[in-house]
Design a binder for this molecule. Structure first.
Ligand code: SF4
Ligand code: MG
Length: 313
C-alpha cells in the first residue's frame, strides 16, 4: 500500500540532499492467494525495484507491505528471516549470482540447510523430487550450472524457488533471456507448479504477450507509478490508458488477430530523477491534451475493477 522507494540525490562535500529518484512512487495493489499479478512496463519503470522492496532487498522509504496480514516493512531481522522463507524470487538468470563450482544438488540443498529443514538424506530426496517435477531428472543433481541451456537453468531456478515451500513467488523477467519456444515451456511449468503448490505469483515482465498466458490481473507501471490495473481480459480487450494501448499494440502475438495499427512510442522513459510535470506520460502520449502538461491525473476506478490514471476519463 502506497509503497515508495525514493533514492536521495546528494551533492557537495556535505552530501546535501538536492532531490530524489522516485523509482517507486506510491504503488498499491493486492494479490489474492493462488492468483498471478503481472507487472508490466518498459525497463526503468520501477518494476524490479518494487519487487526488491517487497522482499526487502531494499528498505522502502514509505508505505506498507503485508503478507497474509503480517506487516513486512518494519519486521525485525529475526522475524523477517522466518517470513522471508515464504517469499522466493525467480530471476532472469538464476545462476548469474551463484557459485559456479556448486553442483545443482548443493544449490538446491543450501536453502534447506540454512533453514534447518530435514536431514541430509531428506534434503537429497527433496532435490530429486523437485528436479523431476521441473522436468529434469535426478542425474542433473551432480552437474554444474554452466553445463545447462538457458531453459534448463530456469527450470533449476524454479526448483530452487520451490525448495522452501513458499507462498509467494516473485518472478522478475523469468523468461526474457530465453528463446520464444522455450519461453512457453517455462511459463507452462510455472503454471503447473502454481497448481501443484497453491502458489501466488507476482510476474514482472516488459513483454505483454508473456503475461497474457499466465496473469489473472495486470498492473501497468510507468515512471514508478501504476497507471492501469485490471483483470487481464479488461486490459487486453479494453485498455484505458494510452500507455497500455501502446504496449499492447507493440506486442506482436497479442495484436496478431486484431491487426490494430501499431502505436510507436517515441523516445525513452524519462529519468525518474526529473519526471515531467503533470501526467508523467505526456511527453510520449499520442493522446496528450493541454491539461496533461499541468495536472497529475488521479488514479481511480473507471469501471468495475478497472483503475487508471488519465485525464481522458
Ligand atoms: Fe495521455 Fe493525458 Fe492520459 Fe497522460 S493524462 S496518458 S498525457 S491523455
Ligand atoms: Mg527490471
Amino acid at each position: 500500500n502506497n509503497l515508495k522507494m525514493h533514492f536521495p540525490i546528494n551533492k557537495g562535500i556535505f552530501s546535501k540532499q538536492v532531490g530524489a529518484v522516485k523509482a517507486v512512487d506510491g504503488v498499491s495493489f493486492t494479490v489474492n492467494k493462488g492468483e498471478t499479478l503481472g507487472i508490466v512496463g518498459e525497463s526503468g519503470c520501477g518494476k524490479s525495484t518494487t519487487a526488491r522492496v517487497i522482499i526487502r532487498l531494499l528498505e522502502a522509504t514509505g508505505g506498507s507491505v503485508k503478507l497474509e496480514g503480517h506487516e513486512l516493512t518494519n519486521l525485525n531481522p529475526k522475524k523477517m528471516r522466518e517470513l522471508r522463507k515464504d517469499i522466493q524470487m525467480v530471476f532472469q538468470d538464476p545462476f548469474a549470482s551463484l557459485n559456479p563450482r556448486w553442483t545443482v544438488q548443493r544449490t538446491l540443498m543450501e536453502p534447506m540447510k540454512v533453514y534447518g529443514i530435514g536431514n541430509k538424506s531428506e534434503r537429497k530426496r527433496k532435490v530429486g523430487e523437485l528436479l523431476n517435477q521441473v522436468g529434469l531428472d535426478e542425474s542433473y543433481a551432480k552437474r554444474h550450472a554452466h553445463e545447462f541451456s538457458g531453459g534448463q537453468r530456469q527450470r533449476i531456478g524454479i526448483a530452487r524457488a520451490l525448495v522452501l515451500n513458499p507462498k509467494l513467488i516473485i518472478a522478475d523477467e523469468p523468461v526474457s533471456a530465453l528463446d520464444i519456444s522455450v519461453q512457453s515451456q517455462v511459463i507452462n511449468l510455472m503454471q503447473d507448479m502454481q497448481q501443484e503448490y497453491d502458489l501466488t505469483y507476482l510476474f514482472i515482465t516488459h513483454d505483454l504477450s508473456v503475461v497474457e498466458h499466465i496473469a489473472d490481473k495486470i498492473a501497468v507501471m510507468y515512471l514508478g507509478k501504476i497507471v492501469e490495473l485490471a483483470d487481464k481480459e479488461k486490459i487486453f480487450d479494453n485498455p484505458l490508458h494510452p500507455y497500455t494501448e501502446a504496449l499492447i499494440s507493440a506486442a506482436p502475438e497479442v495484436n496478431a488477430l486484431e491487426k490494430k495499427e501499431r502505436i510507436v512510442l517515441g523516445g525513452d522513459v524519462p529519468s525518474p530523477a526529473n519526471p515531467p510535470n503533470g501526467c508523467p506520460f505526456h511527453t510520449r502520449c499520442h493522446k496528450a491534451m493541454d491539461i496533461c502538461k499541468q495536472e497529475v491525473p488521479e488514479f481511480k476506478e473507471i469501471s468495475d475493477g478497472q483503475l487508471t490514471a488519465c485525464h481522458l476519463y
